[in-house]
Write a protein that binds this ligand. Sequence first.
Ligand code: PGA
Length: 243
Amino acid sequence: MTPGIRPLIAGNWKMNASAREAVDLAQAVRAGATGLAAELLVCPPFPYVAGVCGLMAGSGVAVGGQDCHTAVKGAHTGDVAAAMLKDLGAAYVILGHSERRADHGETDALVRAKAAAAIAAGLVPIVCVGETLAQREAGQAEAVVAAQLSGSLPEGFEAAGGVVAYEPVWAIGTGKVPTEADIAALHAAMRAQLGAKTRLLYGGSMKPSNAQAILALANVDGGLIGGAALVAADFLAIAKAAG
Ligand code: PGA
């Protein structure tokens, strides 16, 4: 944690859940989201954003998208504009997740343009960075992340409340987690690069059994949760571990 920064526990549902399951999950998260020190966020697939925004209204649980386009509107079949998410009541958007960098060839420059579009639309961007296993084994993790940060964050990111999620690619969905010392070192480096106010999340196989230790580390201001965010009890247990 960082003194003075409210922790953020963000659920990235990825491309999961039927319409019915999305409603059930949102309702269960809402029901358990009382008396928490951390801010809670759920990021459903696009088709469910409107419904989940409705279900979360007045609960204090924020809703976000998992991507947005750089343009305000136009001929971009299949894409979603930041303003559309904002219009529905979303507050955040995840950008540059490693799955999008891999599946869709997203570059730092594209992520930066998307983050600028999100800020312009009034959304808070959550920009994801993280090294591959080969890069970590080559001792390049901090350098890779530093370069991703300098390439992916637009002007005004910190002032807009921008969030960074450090997600080692090799830890996502694998059950593998870096050592606490490695997470702390990486987050300290990000803090030195970014300044005092940016919330720095850890993501990658976070679960109730490891959340408390990870969230207790200096400069870890919350988590971006994938698999465990699909089980309301697990997601809420992680949120409780944030204090
Ligand atoms: P995981 O995913 O928790 O399933 O590892 C995290 C993420 O990709 O955001």
